[in-house]
Design a protein around this ligand. Structure first.
Ligand SMILES: Nc1nc2c(c(=O)[nH]1)N[C@H]1C(S)=C(S)[C@@H](COP(=O)(O)OP(=O)(O)OC[C@H]3O[C@@H](n4cnc5c(=O)[nH]c(N)nc54)[C@H](O)[C@@H]3O)O[C@H]1N2
Ligand SMILES: Nc1nc2c(c(=O)[nH]1)N[C@H]1C(S)=C(S)[C@@H](COP(=O)(O)OP(=O)(O)OC[C@H]3O[C@@H](n4cnc5c(=O)[nH]c(N)nc54)[C@H](O)[C@@H]3O)O[C@H]1N2
Ligand code: SF4
Ligand SMILES: [Mo]
Length: 707
């Protein structure tokens, strides 16, 4: 019997609608109409059912034995090892001897339960997650400017009606391919502007009169944005009435922009004056105050993953506010959130400083509210923890935690400065990893807990538009795998925690709704029944009869006085900048075929055939200087380490730049090279740029012999 199930893709934040049909021991996926994908799927979506049958799927708990091997064991034994390890560490060093690392792919119910489990079953303040690596700078800038962070404060489909869209550091033609259809309106009117050091497939969407590609140097987006604001002021395109009615802080921002005249911007960013002028012209003409159909400014990881990413996003917001775009139908600023539940994952308590509903953990009223829902004393909820990079760096040190539980992340591939991170993970007394495949992090673990995955369980996700949707169970999980809600329920009981940990996701959503009610991300009116019926509701949704809020800020911003706050920002250098011995910028990013650390997609034949391994993309001029040809193995070295992969020559990137995808592990891992320096406000590491040297790999042993 084959029964179709309407659900959503396991991967990115577009959460494309899909339909799963089990037949003869396999499952097939077909696209289904949903506003974000309108019947489209990318290659990863089409091939996603293969993940359910990964040949090395973990279906029994594993425990590392005395000889250092991971061996199958029973759930009782695995739980026993965890509970003993947690108790021993906490007896010696207090509750913060144990830490938790979560993920933006977990359902809302899991993200909520994991935050609760950390705070009241483990009693630790130390929880953070891989979303810190993702959009935390945009979240910080959004909170600072608007008093609220929802990636897109409008439906994605709104883009189509605009005259202009400025994409700052996003390659959505490869990272969210079905979303490209929403750019057809602006492209048909010549209005797509893309800032990227590479002429990516997304930048290529601007070809043939569809818009403009600004091929800026990495780490210079802030200056390009200041330059655009400078020109907007010069063109008298600033919406003075909007600034007067809806914004504070314009004067300081205008003063900073005045100093970035186009010739100076060109020197700092490599963007020619005429191109910058043309981009400003496109944007300004599209604004409502100029009588245009509207304009959007969107940031992706290229703009955000920097040691000054929060300021760069702030510059993008300042430009949007100056042009009168935010909180207006048909225009706006947004951040393109990345992971499947990157949005919901940051709202319900996985973040070091947050409680459910996007409440602050240091706010007494918030603590009181959540404590009541959890049935505990507010005083027993720990205070704020530390952001991901700092947490990883502290593992196994004299002042840091000695036990770590990982749920839904693979930091042994995706964290910056991997050699150091792997060393910290190895130094732990107890590393517990819950996953359904033996990820690189799981391979370092002392205990591995096999869990169910997307199509084997039901749960809710909040997509890049803040739209809460239902992902439904379509197949039976393999014997031996356990749902994480059950795992936390079991462990909490074994640890002697009196609070309830529900195992039914519908019950957890109900509790989450109560815990978030009255908070910023208010899910109070969201219920399993509403989502089950096919509704997909944008938060805030405070009451059961509330339709949800597709467009935010139309009347006022979420700040105390209802006005958006402009914050003056200025240029800052790349943290690990070019110098003798490190003459090239390494930039990192994504390929169409692979998802994140590759733990999932490197196990799918249909995807690895297209992208079997890492590569180092070089400009032919650079390659010639290095004496390197297409396919030659090259070694890239930074102040942290090195990686080796075949050279791929391309005229699509700036000659000062080399590019590596970060989906691969071991000697091919881009994160062997990346800089763990973080943004002072968001804690986001500078994944996107560091100084490197590149040499043909075969010359390495010679050099070593010579020295
Ligand atoms: N295929 C695929 N799709 C994905 C994912 C995946 O792993 N694979 N992951 C999902 C997730 S979690 C995320 S966060 C999103 C990310 O989606 P994107 O933000 O689109 O992805 P990236 O490739 O990381 O970065 C975008 C671009 O930034 C450019 N870039 C590098 N440095 C700079 C810079 O200094 N300035 C500017 N302007 N650009 C720069 C790179 O050349 C790259 O083309 O994708 C989601 N979708
Ligand atoms: N150099 C460089 N590094 C980067 C980036 C970059 O652009 N450049 N981008 C960063 C970004 S934006 C992100 S989002 C991070 C992501 O980095 P990672 O955390 O490494 O992301 P994934 O590969 O998605 O890892 C998720 C893991 O959890 C498992 N998993 C999936 N669903 C579940 C579940 O429900 N429960 C459990 N227990 N496990 C599950 C998967 O099998 C996988 O092993 O990488 C960051 N690292
Ligand atoms: S774009 Fe994202 S959600 Fe859509 S099919 Fe591809 S990976 Fe899945
Ligand atoms: Mo991400």
């Amino acid at each position: 019997m084959s029964e179709r199930t309407e659900t959503h893709c396991p991967y990115c934040a577009l959460q494309c609608g899909m339909q799963l049909t089990p037949a003869d021991g396999t499952v097939s996926a077909e696209p289904r109409d949903f506003p974000t994908n309108r019947g489209g799927l990318c290659q990863k979506g089409w091939t996603s059912p293969a993940l359910l049958r990964a040949t090395d799927r973990i279906t029994t708990p594993l425990v590392r034995d005395a000889s250092g091997e991971l061996r199958p064991t029973s759930w009782e034994q695995a739980y026993g090892r965890i509970v003993d390890g947690v108790r021993a560490a906490q007896a010696r060093r207090g509750p913060d001897a144990v830490a938790v690392f979560g993920g933006g792919g977990l359902t809302n119910e899991k993200a909520y339960s994991l935050g609760k489990f950390a705070r009241i079953a483990l009693g630790t303040r130390l929880i953070d997650y891989n979303g810190r690596f993702c959009m935390s700078s945009a979240a910080a800038a959004g909170n600072r400017a608007f008093g609220l962070d929802r990636g897109l404060p409008f439906p994605l489909t709104d883009l189509d009606g605009a005259d202009a869209v400025l994409l700052v550091g996003s390659n959505l033609a490869e990272t969210m391919p079905p979303s490209v259809q929403h750019l057809s309106g602006p492209r048909s009117r010549g209005g797509l502007v893309v800032i990227d050091p590479r002429h990516t497939p997304t930048a290529a969407l601007t070809d043939d009169g569809a818009g403009l590609h600004l091929q800026a140097l990495p780490g210079t987006d802030l200056v390009v944005l200041l330059g655009l604001l400078h020109l907007a002021i010069q063109r008298e395109a600033v919406d003075a009435r909007y600034l007067r009615d809806r914004v504070t802080g314009w004067d300081g921002v205008a003063r900073a922009a005045v100093q970035w005249w186009p010739e100076r911007v060109e020197r700092a960013t490599g963007v020619p004056v005429e191109r910058l002028r043309r981009a400003a012209e496109i944007l300004c003409a599209a604004t409502p105050s100029a009588g245009g159909r509207g304009a959007y400014v969107l940031t992706g990881r290229g703009a955000e993953q920097h040691a000054h990413g929060t300021d760069t996003v702030t510059a993008a917001i300042n430009l949007s506010l100056a042009l009168g775009l935010c909180g207006r139908e048909g225009s706006g600023y947004g951040c393109i959130t990345g992971q499947g539940n990157g949005q919901g994952g940051r709202e319900h308590g996985q973040k070091a400083d947050q409680l459910p509903g996007y409440r602050r953990i240091d706010d007494p009223a918030a603590r009181e509210h959540v404590a009541q829902v959890w049935g505990v004393d507010a005083g027993s909820i720990p205070g704020p923890g530390v952001p991901a990079v700092e947490l990883l760096r502290s593992l196994g040190t004299t002042s840091g935690p000695s036990v770590l539980l990982v749920h839904g992340a693979n930091p042994a591939v995706s964290a910056p400065d991997l050699t150091a991170v792997q060393e910290r993970l190895r130094s732990l007394d107890l590393l517990v990893v819950c996953d359904f495949v033996p990820s690189e992090t799981a391979q370092l673990a002392d205990v591995v807990l096999p869990t169910t995955q997307w199509a084997e369980e039901s749960g809710t996700m909040t997509n890049l538009e803040g739209r809460i949707l239902m992902r439904r169970k379509a197949v039976r999980p393999p014997d031996g795998a356990r749902d994480e809600l059950r795992i936390w329920h079991d462990l909490a009981a074994l640890l002697g925690c009196a609070a309830t940990f529900a195992t039914d996701p519908a019950q957890v959503l109900d509790e989450l709704a109560r815990a978030s009610a009255g908070g910023i991300a208010d899910y109070g009116g969201v219920s399993w029944e509403r989502l089950q019926s096919g509704e997909a509701i944008h938060w805030p949704c405070p009451r059961p009869d509330h339709p949800g809020t597709p467009r935010l800020f139309l009347d006022s911003f979420a700040t105390a006085d209802g006005r958006a706050r402009m914050v003056p920002v200025d240029a800052a250098p790349v943290d690990d900048d070019l110098r003798p011995g490190a003459p090239l910028y390494l930039i990192t990013g994504r390929l169409l075929q692979h998802y994140q650390s590759g733990a999932q997609t490197r196990r799918i034949g249909g995807l690895t055939r297209g992208a079997p391994q890492a590569f180092v993309q070089l400009h032919p001029i650079t390659a010639q200087r290095l004496g390197v040809e297409e396919g030659t193995d090259v070694t890239v070295t930074s102040a942290r380490g090195s990686a080796t992969a075949p050279a791929r020559l391309s005229r699509t990137l700036r000659p000062e730049v080399v590019f590596m995808p970060f989906h691969f592990a071991g000697t091919q891992a881009a994160n062997n090279l990346t800089n763990p320096a973080t943004d002072p406000i968001s804690g986001m590491p500078e994944f996107k740029v560091c100084a490197v040297d590149v040499v043909a790999a075969r010359s390495i042993p010679l050099t070593e012999e010579a020295s």
